[in-house]
Design a protein around this ligand. Sequence first.
Ligand SMILES: [Zn+2]
Length: 85
Amino acid sequence: MIVPRNRSVDRSAEDPPPPWWRPLHTMQGTSASMTCPKGHHSVLLDHVILPDGTVTGPPGQSGSVVCPHAGCTFHETVTLQDWEP
Ligand SMILES: [Zn+2]
């Protein structure tokens, strides 16, 4: 699934329809937070994001994204559109 970027930086502005992602700045560098198509939030801190936006896992682990929301069945490989490392 290709996930478009949420460019709304004003927190009071309305978010676009899910799914979307936005940058998440951490001590280790830039990661991302995203929503599944149902709008549940998750963070990709335990994933590796390649320069082209492909979300993969740490070596030897699956790169697919599992929605952490109880009861949600979202579980897919994801590409972040307009990713800037
Ligand atoms: Zn979900």
